[in-house]
Write a protein that binds this ligand. Sequence first.
Ligand SMILES: Nc1ncnc2c1ncn2[C@@H]1O[C@H](COP(=O)(O)OP(=O)(O)O)[C@@H](O)[C@H]1O
Ligand SMILES: [Mg+2]
Length: 248
Amino acid sequence: MSESVITFDNVSKYYPLYHHLTGGFKHFLFNFPQWIRTLKHSRFNALCNISFEVSKGESFGIIGRNGAGKSTTLGLIAGVLNPSQGKVAVSGRISPLLELGAGFHPELTGRENIILNGVLMGLLRVEVMRKINEIIAFSELGDFIDQPIRMYSSGMLARLGFSVVAHLDPEILLIDEILAVGDIEFQKKCVDKLMDFKKKGITMVFVSHSLDSVKMICDRTLWIENHVVKMLGSTEEVVGDYAKSYAV
Ligand SMILES: Nc1ncnc2c1ncn2[C@@H]1O[C@H](COP(=O)(O)OP(=O)(O)O)[C@@H](O)[C@H]1O
Ligand SMILES: [Mg+2]
């Protein structure tokens, strides 16, 4: 087994749980100390005791139902979230393609957002400029590239986001449900690009509801259910059992 570049050691992530003032304002006022006590103890477990490792060059899938904790896991890898408990270790430059349009500025044009994102990923402006035509061509956004991205549809944002991360020499690529939006043709282009990365030995963590893509791309897969690890193993086995769990 080669060196691991991502390690989760018993990681948990809690979010504070916000309460509504169900009893009305007077009730809230007279029970204030008690209210504060409950507030302190209410938290929502988005992930509980998750452990796994991703090796250098591995394509690692994460599957599970909505709300299971997949995006939280990617956020922890990307370092945009901190674990509440446990340890997350990552070595290498992360190129995250997280939730749609995250890291994009709505008032900037597509072209400006490409530059902004490249720089945020740690590249020099000249390095981004060297690739920008290739990125724009891949996105197939045409004249829209010089429009502010608040004019973009979700499919167009996905095109832009994928084109950026796919062309800036990622070391560790994180992909969150990019295939859920956009047209079939572009999805196919994304999958082809991801297969290229796989051949080149780039480490990938791929979150998707498209089980066929997971089967094609990922060596191993983690199934998260209700915020815990349900299964971790070869993609064939895990996806097979996951699909069976859906069958009625
Ligand atoms: N910022 C947040 N504050 C509170 N709860 C959150 C936050 N982000 C996610 N959650 C909750 O954590 C759980 C896991 O979310 P997420 O990781 O986005 O799931 P998935 O990507 O698998 O659909 C969900 O129940 C979600 O509602
Ligand atoms: Mg998600």
